[in-house]
Every structure is written in C-alpha cells, then in structure tokens.
Design a protein around this ligand. Sequence first.
Ligand code: ADP
Ligand code: MG
Ligand code: MG
Length: 897
Amino acid sequence: GGPVPTYVYDFTQGGMDQRDLLGGKGANLAEMTRLGLPVPPGFTITTEACRAWLATGQEPEGLRAQVDEHLAGLEARMGRRLGQPDDPLLVSVRSGAKFSMPGMMETVLDVGLNDESVRGLAERSGDERFAWDSYRRLLQMFGTTVLGIAAEHFHDALGEVASLHQAPCDLDLGAPEWREVVDAYKGLVREHAGREFPQDPREQLDLAVRAVFDSWNAERAVLYRRQERIPGDLGTAVNVVAMVFGNLGTGSGTGVAFTRDPATGQQGVYGDYLQNAQGEDVVAGTRNTLPLAEMERIDARSYAELLRTMEVLEGHYRDLCDIEFTVERGTLWLLQTRVGKRTAAAAFRIACQLVDQGLIDEDEAVRRVSGEQLAQLMFPRFATGTSAERVARGMGASPGAAVGRAVFDSAAAVARSRAGEDVVLVRRETNPDDLDGMIAARGVLTSRGGKTSHAAVVARGMGRTCVCGADALDVDAAARRMVVRRPGAAPLVVDEGEVISIDGSSGDVFLGEVPVVDSPVVEYFEGRLDPGGEEADDLVRAVHRLMSRADAARRLRVRANADNGEDAARARRFGAEGVGLCRTEHMFLGERRRSVERLILADDEDEQEEALAALLPLQRGDFERLLAAMDGLPVTVRLLDPPLHEFLPDLTELSVRVAVAQARGGADEADERMLQAVHRLHEQNPMLGLRGVRLGLVVPGLFTMQVRALAEAAAARTQEGGRPRVEVMIPLVGSVQELELVRERSEEVLREVERATGVELAALIGTMVELPRAALTAGQIAGAAQFFSFGTNDLTQMTWGFSRDDVEAAFFPAYLERGVFGVSPFESLDVDGVGRLVEIAVREGRAARPDLKLGVCGEHGGDPASVHFFHRVGLDYVSCSPFRVPVARLEAGRAAL
Ligand code: ADP
Ligand code: MG
Ligand code: MG
C-alpha cells in the first residue's frame, strides 16, 4: 500500500477545526491545550483508524507503532510508565465522535492499574482508599465495556458488600471494603468473561481502544444517531488522557459547568460539583451534587481559576461552552469542553446576547439558531391558575408542557405510545438504555440528578420536555408506580397509567391534566404581542430581532398552503406572502357532496350543467374570502386534483346496503344507481388513475366551473376595491398537450368573465410539476405555463414509486433502520433523486421562458434542509402549512446568509 496515514495526534498537534479526524472531544482538548489551559497530556487516535478497524476488524497497519511512539512520549513527559508498579501512570481511554453523543459510547478510566500497581498508587498517594476505589472503577468499566459483562452484576456485587458493612453510600466504604469489592469484581470477570482480568497494562490499553472503536456501533449509539440524523459511517476517535484524580479525598472533586444557563441563556455560574468523586459520578445521579456556586466555599482558588477559564473559553469559542473538570488536591484540570447544547429559547437569547457583547454579528446570530428551534418555541405551554394539584417540584431541565400517562420504564413508554397514548416517562435517573422510551414519551421526569444529568442533556438535545431531580418522588419501576412524599400530607401513590403534567420550565409536577395555552412567540407572530412593548420578554425580542434580520436577508419568498379565508388570514399574520396552494377538493365536502354526487350520476349534459351551476356560487364565495384574506398577494388555486370516486360512498359499505335491501325485497333506486357509478369509477390504483388534469379533460365542465368561480370572485373583489392576484394551477400534468387543452378553455372563461363584468383579470395560468415526465419535458411545458409549482409530495411518490399512504407504516421503519435513507424522503427532500428532477425542470423551464415563476408546495416547503436546497436551485418561493411559515422564513434567511 501507500504511505501510512497519521493515525495518532498529540494534544499539542491538533485543533478545533479537526473534528472530522479527531472527533469533537479530541479537537477541543487540543484546542484547550493550545490555549494554555490546564489539560492533562494525552493523544488522540483518529476516526480514520476507527473506520479502518470497523471495516476490516483489524488494526490498520502502522497504528500500533504510532501508539507506541505517542505512549512513550507521554510516559517520558510524566516521568512514569503506564502501570509502573511503584508509581503507575494511569490513563483514560475515551470515545469522542465528530458530533457529540453524550453517554452513547464508551470510556474506560484508570487504565494501568493491576494487583501490583494498585499498591504503588496507594503508597505514592498516601491514600489507600483512593487506590482501591480507582481499581474497582477500572474493573467495572473494563468488565462492562471491554468484556461485555452486564452492569447489574457489578451493581449487585457492590450492593452486597455495602449492605454487609451497613454503608448506605459509596463514601462510607473504606480501603478494606473496596478491596473486597475488587476481589468480587475479579471473580465476576472470571465467571462471566471466562478469563482473568488482564494484568498487563498495555493489553488493557489495546483492548480498551478496540472496545471504544466498537462502541460506535452499540445499539443505543445507532439509535441515537438515527434520532439526531448523524451519519452512521463517521466512526469515533479515541482519546488517551493521563488520569487526574478527583477521588483523592474531600479536597478533590469533579464537576461540570456551563458558561451560561443552557435552559434560559442567562449568564452566571451553572453546573454541579461533587467532592471526592471521579468521572461519571456527577452525571450518573447516584450521589446528590452541589450547585457549582458552592464550590467557592470549598476551594476558593480552584473556583476562581475555573471562572477565569470559563471566560477564556467563551471568548475563544464565542459561544456557550460546557466543561468537564476535575480538582486534584487543589489543582484544576480541564477534561472536556464543547459548544454546549441548549434549549431553543436559550439559543435565541444567547445569540442576541453575544451580538450585544460584540462577540458575533447579527448574521452569525441568525446562523446560530434554527428553524427546528423556532418550531419548538411555538409549542403551547401550561395555562396559569390551573386547578390541577401540584404535587412536586424538580428542576426545569428542558422546557415545554407535557401531559401524559405516567410510565416507569422504557418498554411501557414505547408500548403505550405505539397504542396512541401520550406518556410521561418517570425514572429515578435515566441511562442510555432509556433512549427509546425518551423518544416515545412527551416528557421525562426523574427523581435524581441535576441539569447536567443524562436525562436533562438528552431531553434538551431532542427537544423533549424534562423535569429532573424531583427528589420528593420515590420511583419504584418494578412496582410500576411512584410515591410522592409531601410535607404535612400523606404520601401520594401514582400508578402507571395515571395522568400527570410536567412543566419543563418551572420544574412543576402536577397530578392530572393541566390545560395548555399559546406560547408568547406565537402571540408575537399572530400580532397579539408587541415585541417593543412592556409585555414582551427578552425571548420575544430576540425572536423578533433575528426574524427581522432573516427576512431582510432572504431571497426566497414564503407562502402558505391554505384552503380557506381563515387559514389564509392566520398564515398572513405569520408572515406568509401569498397562498402557494389552495386545495379545492376541500370545498367539495360536507353539504356540497350531494352536488358532486349529482354531477357524477348525471345522465346527460343538462343534468351535469345543473349540478355544476349549484356548485358555482359556493366556490365563488370560498374564493372571495380567500382573496380578501390575501388581498394584494398572489393566490395559487389548484383545480380539482383527487380521483372523483373519493367523493362517493365506500364501495363495500354501499354494496352491503344494496344487497341487504334487495334481499328484503327491493333496494332504493338511487342507491342502485350510485352503486353502478361507484363500480364504474372504481380504480385499482386511483393515485395513478383518473385525477388531476385527466379529470379536467374527461369532465370538462368541472374545471371550467372552477375557473369561472375564481374569475368571478376576482372580478367581485376588484369591484369592491380589492387587489386580487390570481394564479390558476393545473395539477398532474405530464405533457404539454394536456396543459394546452385545459389552458385554452380556461382562457376563454377568463375572457368571458372579463367581458361580462368589465373587469380586467390578470390571472396567471401554470402547472404543478409532480410527475417525472413533467420535469423531464419542462422546456416544452414552460411554453404553455406561466409558472411551475413543484408538488414534491407526488413527485417523491412518483419518482420512488412509493405510495405515500402505504409505505410509511409498511416498510419505512425497516428502510430507516437499514440505512436505505437516513430520513424519510417525504419529510426531507431526496436531493440526489427528486432534487435532480427539480434542478432539470428549473434549468430547462427558465431556458424556455426566462420569466417563469418557480415555487414549491408540499410538506418539503417547511422542512429546513429542503428550504436550503430550494434556495440553492433558485426557486422564487416555498409554500408550507401556516404554522411552518415562520420556520421557512428563518431558514430561507439562513440559507441566504
Ligand atoms: P462522555 O463522552 O460520556 O462524557 P468522557 O470520555 O468525557 O465520557 O469521560 C467520562 C468521565 O470521565 C467524564 O466525567 C470525564 O471528565 C472523566 N474523565 C475522562 N478522562 C479523565 C481523566 N484523564 N482524568 C480524570 N477524569 C477523566
Ligand atoms: Mg464527557
Ligand atoms: Mg399532487
């Protein structure tokens, strides 16, 4: 082969731009090292090495030699060898991928300890308890991570020793007890792994590195990536870091810190600290942590040093950072930093605060918030003054209002939510195995752990409501219930299935269902809350500020899909600049069904005319209201699209009714006629059948009536002083001939109405592009169309050959699981396939008609990634559901910046 790549980088060699290769953790450890911050020395094995390992199951050539070299360098620098019997160098072996996956992959601490070096460590440190505590930690982490032994075996063994010595807490165990635990753990390794715990420090290191590589494909990691849409082929880097010890007595400790409150964005001191502890103890929720501010009292010097460091990091990263640190006998060490996850509200607030502090400009601030975050801020929240009883309060860890039935394990959460119930997952603390339950639940409630606990971090990442550390709850998962302890009242038992409500901002927990109200951000979009007024808080001001910037920057216009005046008016308040899709089929339901039935059953043209004449004024009224709501802005009306039989009774039901009646001696004549019609119109593949323009050609009076209703509505609006802007859209066109036929007839109707009313109608006539053939012959079709609107739902359906109504339940889960695609192509546009058709149609359509107007209607118009694509290919507008309009505005702005 060619030259061996560099698989190992020392912390002094890398930097924050190398996240692809070094992972986020490694890149930031290197960056902090370069900044001169106190980071223990170490090195990073690249994601490239991991990918090679995962592909072949073997260490790539040259990796071992490079690890040797860097380990020797580390040993020389520390003046001790890995696992040296009288004075061991210990290291941690830590996963760290490009995108943060908190707690999803593995880390092994205290590598280098064995039966000998544990004594050396005890002697050197003068703290025997510490040495044995560290050894048992290594055994447990190595046993579970590397040797694959179930964690509960270790948990149970520890429990036995603790109860034997009547020690309720880890801290009550001394050196002799930890030694017993070590013996028990070694026995577990023998029993479950069928081998001795490896005493050779280098073998420990090598096995740990491989286990970290393999943890990339651990089930929970795969699930997390799917949820967060992280590609599955990136691999993880491995960081080997000299150990520093927070478990050296009460003068040592470990903690996590945020440079700002990740829930609100407020500047200040946020985090948790735990004395005499190591690594995961803080986030595991097994011991109650102290608020970070209390660290000042315990160790003022280290605390001051930490604050200084946080300032350096914020200034350098120009963003909220979160930090893992350890204090070893009065010396502060930084073990990790990253740009921290935050709630949606905090993201908007922080972006604006950073602008005010001069750290970033407004364009950068817009780039730092996302449409998904905005969508979260538009969720409703709890009404104040509820009569539901507040039974407990924890920490508001991830905002939102969640109402649902209490469930106490992940399996129940998944089962009940599949059955259509809303659930709230209640746990003592969560761990990565609870992930699918958290995904299934509306909210998560825990009795232990702080704002940095697993539950809090993961819930914030997914936008789930979360309350944590509600310590009045005794959660008993085995009994499927919790007991709520209340001061001055009898304890309350809440069983699985009882409805509770949790408030992720205040931390309140209610028994029963609390009604929810609009969010202030929605009130602002609706124009009910003045962003400059007294009542607006800093969140509303931040949203207003960033939306204004995005609106000024964006090139894409944003319209809404709206079928009636009311929706259109609401969409307009949300900032819609027109209607991109009015689905007229919705106007044929309810009472009007009868007229449609008459139309279908008509024996001759007169009867048909009559039925159409009955529909005309109703349609005209609909259109007038729609045009009034969008006065001055373009309104695209799609002529009738779905197959006619959708308006008729169900075939089976009707057949049964007629059969039963006949058996009783004579059916209703109308029913029998209807049955014949339903049979006549029955299609095997209705979505590929008589619909759209095909219907317009077969039942010509139908489209003509619709165009007439629209033209008359526009004329009436004009006469009333309005400024209607009408666009007539023909659906499901595959060839220019189809379009030309309908177009000619429509133009005649427009001219007739102009003559009759004396009003000049400047209506545009265009088509949807939703068949591959339309996209591929766009140059021809543009000759007869003044605009194209990409109907990306049908275009996706027709390009993939997927029936949207069927596939999502039938096999999409399997496709997603097996990586055929990372996200449903109905949710986010398939850029490679469907997107290519869009590009062709844009290019060839514009070549044929330079002033061709181009837009998109369909769910993709409100999907952030798709909006960026539509911006890139040069569409004029996107159209989406009214509630997504602000999201599309923001993303269109971000796409342009
Ligand atoms: P995760 O990605 O799950 O946070 P980490 O690799 O950061 O896992 O490590 C888990 C815990 O161990 C963290 O609290 C971290 O700070 C701590 N830790 C990792 N390396 C060291 C080390 N060299 N010395 C002391 N503590 C460490
Ligand atoms: Mg970490
Ligand atoms: Mg369609």
